[in-house]
Design a binder for this molecule. Structure first.
Ligand code: PEP
Length: 257
């Protein structure tokens, strides 16, 4: 089954509203040419409403980098799914390793967030991945499969999700997993999804790779059979380098004729 690639920018804790406006204004006309690829930008809460407003009526997906699973209440500092949707978000990252490692989010919390997003119709991009120590100890699959299983348990029969395999040792380090490592992990995640749910779900779900994706390595990563796109931090902060990644993804889509 041909899955539609997704190239997703994760700005992390970067950009003022003014900078976000400039970026979005430059991105939109160029992204409009990438008809065969979903282009998403995951922006800080402070920029979200403005980016979503500018991207309205375009194919570019405006998303948040985090949210909480309750809708309202005494949760100081948190933002809920309905709040994100009110600001115009169509998607949200869940369980980024920086949330898990720096802010102590565990598998249960990540799973509950993913389930709340699906229930509300916000597309969750669910991040999984192992640390260097876990990989070196031969525990990559134990860690990653446990993260995926917990999310799937909470989702039940629930709908549209995207997974992102992001080995923690490759995020923001310049150290990319080899294309074979990316394919190995993502292929195994797809097999696990088939085992847990069914073949139709596993073949249809998009699984991205994330970890120091750059214009010079994106081609070989995107050439892997099970890799459906990339979640990109550093190289997404400038429109020019992000669009090079989007254009590389476009080239992997077979033409109709
Ligand atoms: C990320 O933010 O999810 C990421 C993969 O960052 P980088 O591309 O900078 O490694």
């Amino acid at each position: 089954m041909a899955r539609r690639p997704m190239m997703a920018a994760n700005w992390k804790m970067n950009k003022t509203i003014r900078e976000a406006q400039q970026y979005t204004a430059a991105l939109l006309p160029r992204a409009a040419d990438a008809e065969d690829v979903d282009v998403a930008v995951f922006v800080p809460f402070t920029c979200l409403h403005e980016v979503a407003r500018m991207a309205e009526d375009t194919e570019v997906i405006a998303g948040a980098q985090n949210f909480f699973y309750e809708d309202s209440g005494a949760f100081t500092g948190e933002v809920s799914v309905p709040m994100l949707q009110d600001a115009g978000a169509q998607a949200g990252i869940v369980g980024h390793s920086e949330r898990r490692e720096v802010f102590g989010e565990d598998d249960d919390m990540v799973a509950r967030k993913a389930a709340r997003a699906v229930e509300a119709g916000l597309l969750p991009v669910i991040c999984v991945g192992e640390t260097k120590e876990e990989r070196d100890a031969g525990n990559m699959w134990e860690k990653v499969s446990g993260q995926v299983r917990r999310v799937m348990e909470e989702l039940g029969e629930g709908g549209d999700v995207v997974f992102a395999y992001e080995p923690i040792w490759a995020i923001g380090t310049g150290e990319t997993a080899t294309p074979e490592d990316a394919q190995d992990a993502i292929g195994r995640i797809r097999e696990l999804l088939e085992e847990i749910r069914d073949e139709g779900f596993a073949e249809g779900v998009r699984i991205l790779y994330g970890g120091s994706v750059k214009p010079d390595n994106v081609g070989e990563i995107m050439a892997q059979e099970d890799v459906d796109g990339a979640l990109v931090g550093g190289a997404s902060l400038e429109v020019e380098s992000f669009m090079q990644l989007v254009e590389a993804a476009t080239e992997t889509v077979p033409s109709d004729g």
